[in-house]
Ligand binder design. Structure first.
Ligand SMILES: [Zn+2]
Ligand SMILES: [Zn+2]
Length: 138
């Protein structure tokens, strides 16, 4: 359990523990993420579903009913913190880095996705791999 990371929503109603290293560390510039992040990219890690354990209140979920391939986003029903996204066809859970008790454990993104939707003032760290939309392996 040496790799365990803990986190939760802003008010503490939802808590989680992650029991493995992330499969990927990334930032997403898509227009939807800009709504939930406050305007910047969303920073996230991919975690295998069997390696994240939730406790506390059940999350509220939102999925755009008009998009057949829409992601499902989970929020705290009390404070509104966005915790995870589940994407159809993607086995891993997309975990929002800002919900970690120690966000420094993220250590920065390796890739940037949906760069075709980024704002001119979004920052992409030098030397990381960028994708116009999703990496083709997804
Ligand atoms: Zn909360
Ligand atoms: Zn996004």
């Amino acid at each position: 359990m040496g790799e365990e990371m803990r986190g939760g929503c802003f008010c503490g109603s939802i808590r989680y523990a992650v029991t493995s290293r992330p499969k990927l560390r990334a930032q997403c510039h898509c227009r939807a993420c800009q709504y939930f992040s406050g305007g910047g990219p969303n920073y996230y890690m991919l975690i295998s579903p069997q390696h994240i354990h939730f406790s506390g209140d059940p999350a509220r979920k939102y999925r755009n009913p008009e998009k057949p391939d829409a992601v499902t986003r989970s929020f705290c029903g009390t404070c509104g913190t966005h915790l995870i996204t589940e994407r159809p066809g993607l086995r891993e859970i997309v975990l929002k880095v800002g919900t970690l008790d120690e966000p420094g454990a993220f250590r920065g993104p390796k890739i940037a996705i949906f760069c075709e939707e980024k704002q001119d003032w979004h920052m992409i760290p030098e030397g990381i791999t960028t994708f116009d939309t999703l990496p083709s392996s997804n």
